[in-house]
Design a protein around this ligand. Sequence first.
Ligand code: NDP
Length: 501
Amino acid sequence: MPVKNPDSKKTSPAVQVDLPPSKHFIGGEWVDPASGSTNGSIDPATEEVHAQIAAGNEADVDAAVQSASAAFQDESWRRMPPAKRARILWRMAELVDENRANLALCESLDTGKTAFDAGKVEIPLVAEIFRYYAGWTTKIEGGVVPLPGNSLGLTLREPVGVCGMITPWNFPMLLASWKVAPALACGNTIILKPSEQTSLTSLWMAKIGTEAGLPAGVFNVVTGSGSAVGTPLVRHPGVNKISFTGSTEVGRMVQRESAETLKRVTLELGGKSPNIIFADANLKAALRGAAAGIFYNKGEVCAAGSRLLVARDVYDEVLEGVAAIADKTTVGHPQGEGTRMGPVCNQDQYEGVLGWMERGSEGGARLIAGGNSLRDEVGGGKGFYVAPTVFADVDPASAIAQEEIFGPVLAVIPFDEPEEALQIAHSTPYGLAAAVWTRDVGRALSMARDLRAGTVWVNAYNLYDPGLPFGGFGESGFGRDLGKDALAAYTETKSVWINLD
Ligand code: NDP
């Protein structure tokens, strides 16, 4: 059984939370929703409302698009010297750092992620992403192209314009920063729609942008549901680009709706990523990577290593090791001392994950760790707590090996030959991430080459850097966040032909 941490719920947060107003952020100001109403945000640890969020609608989206369009037309932002834009992005990073404790607490209350993960891993990475793109503002260059006759060709990189961004609830501020920072670096203006369940840090991010010196209207946030705010944003003719992170199902809808106005689209969608352990791997490290790959952030990670493919020679050893880590994982209140895993994010997630735990054995798989709710043991009858769960001997074609669970449920599958591992790895429609654990350099490189996935880790899992692009193959989407590649997503190339005669 997992180590439960029932006392942790009594641990009071280290800082008192400072919540943003229950309003949108439009034109550099807090703005009341046109509907006049708000929705409650639920703390997954207590199932109680901990904040009120403005309930946005089409009128709010229209106001935000007008504000972002006006800010884009205004030359004070688009023609701002790149070095000045860099200083604003850098200042945003500093303000994220200065407000780290409160941002981490907002994130933890909204999502159930541990205070450690939010405060020590994710919010600091948000600041690093702003610093990284601050460095790019002065390096977004075009080129010179030789042309026939007495002519010269130039290419210019120009901002796309008004960018609509739609983000999910699992890493609210981090995934917003992946989009906001490069878009600002390129001189675009933004309307961000966070998941209605986890809007707090996106609102604070826009406020931080204004404090750092962004002109009014450059960075707007409209809160509310996918249907009330997301759909009108995707349909709005004043929006030039949509960058979406979320489920494959909604991603398809976003692409369809965007087609009407021929918006540029970036889609970061779901996954069922294979984490492959060969017999020659450093097993201690591989086991740690296997557990972190599925239990970090309760498995609510698009790139979660939810299928663990293990060479038959080390299969039993790996099963024993990974089940032991699952059992030892401290599940508790997200702000509690020593908690390694908090509750899953919401009621739907909780019911969905428990459903998968019940159905997991249907294809003949063996439950070797977890498989149950911890709502009573950990939360005293409240909170979306579940046990880290491992199924062994999973049929690669079974539902538990094919469908994204988006929770702490690992499917372990044995293999004999590397070709078989590749074939199993490629047996889902997704292609977001993969990992290979081996000491054989040739095998590591050939697997990295052959795996159809947007990211391949070698002897590592779930590591991210602002400079390394991230995105999917197949039904995991297209386009890239992060790195230099993201700049392409937020710029248009203009060609200039100059006749020198
Ligand atoms: P959803 O697709 O349900 O929601 C994502 C965002 O889209 C939310 O802001 C949601 O709003 C909004 N939305 C919902 N319906 C519509 C609509 N009809 N039109 C426009 N916007 C809409 O995903 P989840 O929030 O449930 O996130 C989990 C999913 O995200 C998983 O499948 C996961 O794999 C994927 N993901 C992918 C990542 C990647 O980088 N590839 C990273 C993280 C997650 P609201 O919630 O307010 O209704």
